[in-house]
Design a protein around this ligand. Sequence first.
Ligand SMILES: O=C(O)CCC(=O)C(=O)O
Ligand SMILES: [Fe+2]
Length: 324
Amino acid sequence: MAPNFNSSSLYDFVVRDGNGVKGLAELGLLEVPEMYIQPPEERIEKKDSRAWDMPPIDMSMLNGPEHEKVVNEIVRAAETFGFFLVVNHGVPLELWESLKDAANTFFSLPAENKAVYLTGVSRSAKVKYGTSFAPEKEKILEWRDYISLTYSSDEDALQSWPNQCKEVALEYLKLSSKIVRDIMKILVAKLGVELDDSKFESLIGIKKVNMVYYPVCPNPDLTVGIGRHSDIGIITVLLQDDIGGLYVKVESENDAENEEWLEISPTPGALVINIGNTLEILSNGKYKSAEHRARPSSTKARVSAVMFTMPTAAESIGPFPEMV
Ligand SMILES: O=C(O)CCC(=O)C(=O)O
Ligand SMILES: [Fe+2]
């Protein structure tokens, strides 16, 4: 039976004490508390959404006679939707199973063990456990917990990231970085831009893995797992489990007013790639950073692992000179 929270004790329980939404959901709530109820325009209605139906792009074909065809598919997807699926990308299915296990193990820890990674408590600025987006500033919170792991070196990762997930998260970061490099090379070349190696590496120099946990939710129609946003960086690599709930906004070509949210259903073996705001800016709008959001499930917890790439602080961001 759920205790009687007022909004401040609820906030303390979820955010400050590190129980997260997972701790809240495990109290057996019959309805989401008011601070999780989104205004109607932000809610995600499952029933009237169409499915995303672009076939996945086969990355292994980049090494064969169909190279040019695959390059064009990637470029076209980046120019139109800013989202696409890839298969044969080099991240083995077993790694995904291990990532999911690692995320479940971490998020199942008692609150006090997770709370050592809360902002302001964590010994490392590179490890951050939290919930929602910025709960101290938000009036309405999102139905998710996360652990965010920023990379600086293998040594630091193995020392400061949580034991429950450090090895698999690092492996995922490395394999997905390779995918980002391959895709970024293609996208940059198509713009006619030439970058030396150090500039190229610096543009994707900050890498971060977020493991996101969306607990079972009594009212998925009223709340959001993650609200509408676009990613700020260069390219994001997202691995979702088999629960579903990721939606991307598409605009109909002849009517910008007419937006629609399509569900990117889980496709076994596929990774989701999306373009971030920084790459949209570098390309002077040629590549699109699309809004997306996620809906929790009423029956199962959902897990995703998201690898973000961003420029190092030394980079000042504006369109490539070739693009203006
Ligand atoms: O979990 C998901 O499917 C989406 C996560 C996401 O968009 C993000 O963390 O930026
Ligand atoms: Fe995102």
